[in-house]
Design a protein around this ligand. Sequence first.
Ligand SMILES: *Cc1c(COP(=O)(O)O)cnc(C)c1O
Length: 392
Amino acid sequence: MTHIYLDNQATTPVDPRVLDAMLPYFKQDFGNAASRTHSYGWAAESAVDRGREQIAELIHGDAREIIFTSGATESDNLAIKGVAAVRRDRGGHLITQATEHHAVLDSCKALKRRGFDVTVLSVDRYGQVEPGAVSEAIREDTLLVSIMAANNEIGTLQPLAEIGAICRERNVLFHCDAAQAVGKLPVDVQAFGIDLLSISAHKLYGPKGVGALYVRSRPRVRLVAEIDGGGHERGMRSGTLNVPGIVGLGAACELAHAGMAAEGARIRRLRERLKTRLFDGMDDIHLNGHPEKRLDGNLNVSFEGVDGESLMVGLGEIALSSGSACTSASLEPSYVLRALGVPNRLAESSIRFGIGRFNTEAEIDTAAGRVIEEVGRLRDISPYASPKRKRS
Ligand SMILES: *Cc1c(COP(=O)(O)O)cnc(C)c1O
């Protein structure tokens, strides 16, 4: 059975060039980057420094502003809880929006239990936040605005530059979960006025379990660490550095930077090809998310009268995600689609196609053909399908 991987928003395969860059740091160069007394330590430290530079280059930050973490979940927690903790018990107000990743929403919820106030902004039918709504929500005691760069389910991009300008003008910190955007489209912490930025290596063809948090140093953003210990990462994140992981993240950033424009165009062409085939090949299909302002590799669609889970089971040889089990632990329809006002019936019939670096045109054509076939079969046997929807 052929296997086609179309779930690149869940994770991406490690690029072989990234793996090659990492291997020496599992083998001969296994040193602890904190060891100052021998060449093993120095080699590890210089590899980590290089990684910091590669990341900083990609997001237009400075190497000294990069804190290594275990991934974007930890970066989101550190950014949000770390900024809030500077205030100790004085409380304060945070602003986020409804379609954020759980790492952001649940960090905010945890702060709410500790007495902070949280405003969760709603989004329009494409999943975008209105910058004016951010402006209106800012109060005297607002500490932080946390808005993602690109949504992991529907691919919708947020107007970061506008939101960043508002935060800057109102003297509020701006955190951005850019796990889906970094390495895929230009993310510039200077141009967008971002103070804290979360990155995950495994979303850009790097290894799992490593990420970074950009923390602005001018003007300096103060953070309280979540993990105490040896004082690594300028005291903001203790723990022996994951040297091979950091080398992999750095290499992944450099590769993404060099190939971004060409790769984005290629992946967008594949996405448009898939979209055209599906929309030409059947009726009663709806696009979820923004028609243009979305990740190049993301296509999220609802197939009326078809249960997304059943469709995925039927398409067993193609790796996809469905909006009915996006958080996979729950069988609730996607909270992201619900925030857009997508009715439950359509949310439950949604599928996310995530196209990436290693997908080919032939895979797209095979997948499109199989989806059309399987949707037709499910509609034929569905007791709920309208006669119009049934194939004659
Ligand atoms: C994947 C993802 C995360 C979590 O990243 P991990 O490195 O897996 O912890 C957070 N936010 C978004 C938008 C993501 O896509």
